[in-house]
Write a protein that binds this ligand. Structure first.
Ligand code: SAH
Length: 462
């Protein structure tokens, strides 16, 4: 039986690994790979752009598709721009960096248009992608892997779809002040002979450097993600890190597991503060190591304003801020509505949200720890009535249980902020089945140089 299958697979395509073929690129995949068709096969070509003709080397052959890399560009796209470091594109750190910015915005809009087409929702209008005020150096946070290469501790980024570290010191999309701190900490670790993490044997010490910087206050938090909760050189490392200008705290995050999850559950303050303070609009926000905070500081208020405009809030409104993080959306609207209830699953984020309500003198916003898909059904059962529900879930989107419960609380509007338009379109259809309508989606570029698409829409009760 197995032999038969192999025979069948073999017969289905004659493409061979290492074969070099000329391809015409017709499309860009959602991961920003050039797409070509060749003798019934779909070929994904790293870094190739639509309109280009390339000589490509086949890297991997599957039943109906293959992966390839460019050997030579025979005809170049006018949308291609020179990238200073090829590694930015190769690693997927900035896999759109070789495309002009206005074309990046178009690519993101097209992602949404294509998803709507597939869902037979062609009549939904898709706005132009809102450009980011900064196109490089915009990230207020970096999480970079630490590994040993040729006997030396290195920081960098993993090559796409792998755990091969490509050493880097300029992270391009990250605040250059953060890059400066990453390199300084790397040098301190080297000097003190602190071992890098060895993921094959789950040995060594430092797994990741996680650095966050507040644009508003300049405060910098350094998190060393370590295999153990202490190591002999830690006091010396701490003393030197404390001398890096701007660093307001050093946290050791303990992650003992053999896992791809970056952060462990426990944080230990080595010195300084365990929160940094940033600002959005005229509000201040404290952020703990485990809490989510939007990474594009200048684009975030523009994203929120778009969402808040769509909500058309009234002073009598009861508002839900689901997937609230540290309370940024709910607290931004609290002064204009009757009451806000936030839901968030990360304990430290809830603590931050409560701190942040107090810090900003807000008394009508309450934050609740739990899974949105469990808390919302409980509230619906208790008879809670809502006016506007903001949702801002992670990539996997909402659950049917959450959607059913939300509908039961009878909101006039549900404002959906999404970092994954595929799950968003899926969820919007579930709301539609329950009598909610939407006629427009606005993409927002929160992540220039990367294929990530953020989008906002409002659902209204018929
Ligand atoms: N609205 C916030 C956070 C958005 S990110 C902001 O703009 O900053 C999504 C948040 O959802 C994260 O804080 C994450 O911890 C939280 N989360 C993930 N799964 C959840 C769930 N099942 N229930 C509630 N919150 C969840």
């Amino acid at each position: 039986m197995l032999e038969k299958i192999i025979m069948f697979v073999k017969k289905d395509n004659d493409m061979q690994k290492n074969q070099i073929i000329e391809l015409e690129i017709t499309d860009l995949s959602y991961e920003a790979m050039g797409v070509a068709h060749y003798e019934g096969m779909t070929v994904f070509v790293n870094n190739a752009l639509p309109g280009e003709i390339v000589k490509a080397k086949i890297l991997k052959v599957k039943k109906n598709f293959a992966f390839a890399k460019i050997e030579e560009i025979v005809k170049e796209s006018p949308d291609r721009i020179k990238v200073k470091l090829n590694q930015w594109v190769q690693t997927g750190l900035a896999s759109l960096a070789h495309i002009k910015y206005d074309k990046q915005l178009e690519f993101k809009r097209n992602q949404v248009v294509n998803l709507l087409k597939k869902a037979h929702l062609d009549n939904v209008e898709v706005g132009q992608t809102l450009p980011s005020p900064e196109q490089v150096g915009y990230r207020n946070k970096a999480q970079v892997p630490v590994r040993e290469i040729k006997g030396q501790l290195e920081i960098g980024f993993f090559r796409r779809h792998s755990h091969d570290l490509v050493p880097l010191t300029n992270f391009f999309t990250t605040d250059p002040e953060i890059d400066r701190v990453l390199v300084a900490v790397r040098d301190i670790l080297r000097k003190n002979h602190v071992p890098a993490y060895d993921e094959v044997n789950n040995k060594g010490e430092v797994r990741y450097l996680d650095v966050r910087r507040s644009k508003a206050t300049g405060e910098i938090m350094v998190i060393l993600v370590c295999l153990h909760k202490d190591f002999p050189a830690l006091p010396r490392v701490a003393a030197e890190v404390s001398q890096i200008p701007g660093v307001s705290g050093l946290i050791l995050n303990h992650n003992p597991k053999k896992t791809n999850v970056i952060l462990g559950k426990k944080d230990y303050v080595v010195f300084g503060n365990d929160q940094i303070t940033d600002e959005i609009g005229d509000l201040k926000f404290r952020i703990s190591p485990q809490s989510f905070f939007q990474i594009n500081s200048l684009q975030t208020p523009r994203l929120y304003n778009l969402a808040i405009e769509k909500a058309d809030l009234k002073p009598s409104d009861v508002v839900i801020d689901a997937y609230s993080g540290i309370g940024t959306i709910g607290l931004s609207v609290a002064k204009h509505v009757k009451a806000v209830r936030g839901i968030e699953v990360v304990r430290d984020a809830i603590k931050d949200a409560k701190d942040n309500a107090e810090l900003n003198g807000i008394t009508n916003a309450k934050y609740y720890l739990g899974k949105a898909e469990e808390v919302m059904p409980r509230w619906a059962k208790e008879g809670l009535k809502t006016d506007v529900v903001f949702v801002d879930p992670p990539r996997k989107g909402l659950t049917p249980e959450f959607i059913d419960a939300t509908v039961k609380t009878g909101p006039k509007k549900v404002v959906y902020i999404s970092c994954n338009p595929a799950t968003m379109v899926r969820d919007l259809q579930l709301f539609q089945e329950q009598g909610y309508e939407f006629d427009r989606i606005d993409p927002v570029d929160m992540f220039p140089q990367t294929p990530h698409v953020e989008a906002v829409t409002v659902l209204e009760k018929k």
